[in-house]
Design a binder for this molecule. Sequence first.
Ligand SMILES: Cc1ncc(COP(=O)(O)O)c(C=O)c1O
Length: 461
Amino acid sequence: MAETSPAMTKGKAMAQSSAQTKTTAVPNDLEPFWMPFTANRSFKKRPRMIARAKDLYYYTPEGRPVLDACAGLWCTNAGHNRDPIVAAIQAQAAELDFSPTFQFGHPKAFELASRIAALAPGDLDHVFFTNSGSEATDTALKIALAYWNVKGEGSRTRLIGRERGYHGVGFGGTSVGGMVNNRKFFGSLLAGVDHLPMTYNRERQAFTKGEPEWGEERANALEDLVTLHGANTIAAVIVEPMAGSTGVLPAPKGYLHRLRAICDKHGILLIFDEVITGFGRLGTAFAAERYGVIPDMICFAKGITSGSVPMGGVIARKGIHDAFMKGPEHVVELFHGYTYSAHPLACAAGLAALDLYRDEKLFERAKALEPKWADAAMSLKGLPNVLDIRQVGLTAGIDLASRPDFVGKRGYDAMEMAFHDVGIMVRGIGDTLAVTPPLTVSEAQIGEIFDKLGKIIKAVS
Ligand SMILES: Cc1ncc(COP(=O)(O)O)c(C=O)c1O
């Protein structure tokens, strides 16, 4: 495995030095921006401000480099500000800024849909574009409900998610999601939702590399839900093949196969939320390929444009799409869509990102790096307060013991210290540190990431 991907080295030194030498003015008043999923008061006292980026590095307004160990928010899979993506966005902005995709079309939308369908397994061959992962999951849930309607099985309205699942912040995604803080402030959300149990048990699987041996049988809980509610009331099950936002929980061996078999037995649609796992994160285009399990729909976002322009979508099996293609041809078949579905800038960025993934073999690169990545992650075992380390593909989750006074404070301190004092961005999820670098990460940078994390973990002990 090469130390750096070929395109990274080209022009890298120049781009990095200009990113470092430039400085950026920061507004005095930070108050008006109500920041998402952020401890606003704490941030505004000691901002973690980012002004520029190139490849694996962010730069603060003063030009201080910060190694990006989380691909932004699990999304910049090709690294930051890659020249071909930048050029594609610039050219597209000059050629076609916007055109509607309601009753009209532009060529790149069709081209991108074909390219995504070609990467998806089996007969997942139709792509519905959204602008985010949250819209992708809500779209998939709505397609599932509408599908049963057009098939004449309108009693199938129940949606099933999983404890510790994250499917974005729309009403549908929040309802099927299984993160307590994301649900408890928002009342009853959608009715007719149930949850499978989570697949994690620290005692049974701590410090496992890759997919744990324990947990396959947890899929059987779907049989219990069928017994409880009746299969004829269940529209779909949605799961992440690797739950990222609750701290990197890989699917247990055999779990997804078993879920598929139970869904098949009862005619339930299976949706994989691949907003994080899509586009190479687990060493294949989609996790469905890694596990050899074909879901009925795949939700994607993030990596499709390598994070450069917002975009998401749903890939549906032919049978699902075709079920809607009936009735008079002048009538809209699915009453759903977004003004910015398949926005020209996002399509241009998506095509350029897919070219980079292909030309630099970045999915294969992630696969080849996984054993080294796993060893490096597990090297932190034994450090103070490290309760578990999980890893799959180019992701790792490190659970730290909570401080007795405040749950989440040790993780927050680690994230803050990492940024300000050690020059690395990691994502603190409560007391879990999530690490998910761009797929262009070099072996030397993998070493640097875990060395720095080791220092931080000792410092917050
Ligand atoms: C699995 C999964 N689904 C959905 C989403 C929501 O995506 P977005 O934040 O783009 O709405 C995320 C975001 O992290 C995610 O990890």
